[in-house]
Design a binder for this molecule. Sequence first.
Ligand SMILES: [Zn+2]
Length: 59
Amino acid sequence: MVKRACKICKRIIDKTTCPVCQVNETTTSFQGVVLILDTESAIAKKLGITAPGKYAIRV
Ligand SMILES: [Zn+2]
């Protein structure tokens, strides 16, 4: 299955619509995947991530 990334929240998903943002703003062209477990970590803050999960570094 092709992985997609939401252009708004950067979450990695396998649908064309982001379940969090409820918009059809996803892309298959993203770079890098980061697994965020701790939303207080520096990388999470840099990416503006507020919930644990898999995210694209660049969308
Ligand atoms: Zn989203």
